[in-house]
Design a binder for this molecule. Structure first.
Ligand code: ACO
Length: 402
């Protein structure tokens, strides 16, 4: 403590806040969270109402433009997005360069980064029409890129988008359909995925969104900034947690389903094992998204079938953790990722693909934040300071004296 105090004094009292636990980086009008009470609102609208009554395309509009669209605004917005779902044929060839077993997240991030090379005329962050164009292109093309990353991994041909379908239906068809066979989108599957996308659409200054804003603060273009956000989301402490939860549940199942034993391992911090899908930097109460998702998991697994044994393990795990002092004292509750993997699995997605689904949902949030950041006159290039703790000045040593 004394040493750190001296160091801080020697730097003129820089605020040292690793992980930005208590440092505001921006004023934002997009999303409100009350972590103590478990409240989440997009542009003032409670997440529960949006999940029940809205659609992902409408929520995308709301996040990006600030208001719910009129019927005509929504129709125009949807049709503009639909008209841009095709990829340049040369961009499709990018996928040939990746190994077949490549994880789809870095493939998606690279492909989004590559978009900027195809639209070099629209990269000026201060040109409104260009920003608008890049917004529509991203919303339209990222689902196509995500579906192709999946098709690549299973060695199946790419399907062209069918723009008579909505965003989510089109994505499902490009992911699961085959060129020679008709593909009927299951409305229950489409509805469940649409709702999960709504729940993931924004979460204020989380790690990936802060990354998008930080990269964008150097006036880097929207494609480059979103590509960086996708990489930040990939980490297991952030979006990667949804896949890690399912692997954890399967691990417990393989060991005989003893949740109490697993919870003991977590409490003893054995090999750094954590209860994945639990805990949150901001929520010190039940994550409101997890509440909705838990109910959806029950509904959708009941409707279309799924792994009930894993759902049972998840529920017992939650129950055991929530009645244990370790988790109570630290205010650790299920977060958005605890039950999503079970739903994604029931919808037919492989584990490796779960975090890509998170990225599709978070995309409008990233875009909304980048646009807010670029328009805000208070924005400055993000440039944190540091406390230097390295060697004092010393003279260069010739090789023979080292
Ligand atoms: N399992 C066991 N213990 C935990 C967990 C967990 N999931 N999360 C936090 N803790 C413990 C920590 O060990 C620490 O205990 P200590 O005081 O004895 O050292 C205490 O709770 C505080 O935890 P921090 O790591 O300081 O909390 P932080 O806010 O930095 O981390 C995070 C939040 C990363 C989400 C963390 O809770 C975690 O790793 N959870 C598991 C991964 C996960 O589910 N991530 C998804 C988050 S939501 C999202 O990004 C979509």
């Amino acid at each position: 403590g004394i040493e750190l105090g001296k160091l801080l004094a020697s730097t003129g009292y820089i605020t040292l806040d690793p992980g930005f636990v208590n440092t505001g980086a921006a004023c934002s009008a997009i999303t409100y969270i009350d972590g103590e009470q478990g409240i989440l609102r997009y542009r003032g609208y409670p997440i529960e109402q949006l999940a029940e009554r809205s659609t992902f395309i409408e929520v995308s509009y709301l996040l990006i433009y600030g208001e719910l669209p009129t019927e005509q605004q929504l129709r125009e917005f949807s049709s503009r997005v639909n008209r841009h779902t095709l990829l340049h044929e040369d961009l499709k060839r990018f996928f040939d360069g990746f190994p077949r077993d490549a994880h789809p997240m870095p493939v998606l991030s690279s492909a989004v980064s590559a978009l900027s090379t195809f639209y070099q005329d629209s990269l000026n962050p201060f040109d409104e029409p260009n920003v608008e164009m890049s917004t529509i292109r991203l919303l339209a093309k990222v689902p196509t890129l995500a579906a192709y990353a999946y098709k690549k991994s299973i060695g199946q041909p790419f399907l062209y988008p069918d723009n008579s379908l909505g965003l989510v239906e089109n994505f499902l068809r490009m992911t699961f359909g085959l060129p020679a066979e008709p593909y009927e989108v299951d409305p229950d599957v489409a509805k469940a995925l649409d709702m999960l996308f709504i729940l993931h659409a924004d979460h204020e200054q989380n790690c990936s969104t802060s990354t998008v804003r930080l990269v964008g603060s150097s006036e880097a273009n929207l494609f480059a900034s979103v590509s960086a956000g996708i990489q930040a989301l990939f980490g297991p402490l952030h979006g990667g947690a949804n896949a890690a939860v399912l692997e954890m549940l399967e691990g417990i199942q393989a060991e005989g389903g003893d949740v109490a034993k697993f919870v003991e391992q977590v409490k003893n911090k054995e090999k750094g094992v954590r209860l994945m899908g639990f805990g949150h930097r901001v929520y010190k109460n039940y994550d409101p998204r997890a509440k909705i998702i838990k109910k959806t998991a029950d509904d959708i697994l009941g409707k279309i079938g799924g792994n009930d044994e894993l759902l049972d393990i998840a529920k017992r795990l939650e129950e055991t953790a929530l009645s244990d002092d370790y988790f109570v004292e630290r205010k650790l509750y299920p977060n958005v990722d605890f039950y999503t993997g079970l739903i994604y699995r029931a919808l037919g997605f492989p584990t490796k693909y779960f975090t890509v689904l998170f990225a599709l949902g978070r995309l409008p949030g990233w875009i909304a934040h980048w646009r807010e950041m670029i328009q805000d006159p208070a924005t400055k290039i993000g440039r944190p300071r540091q406390i230097y703790v390295g060697a004092k000045e010393r003279d260069y040593l010739p090789m023979s004296e080292r």
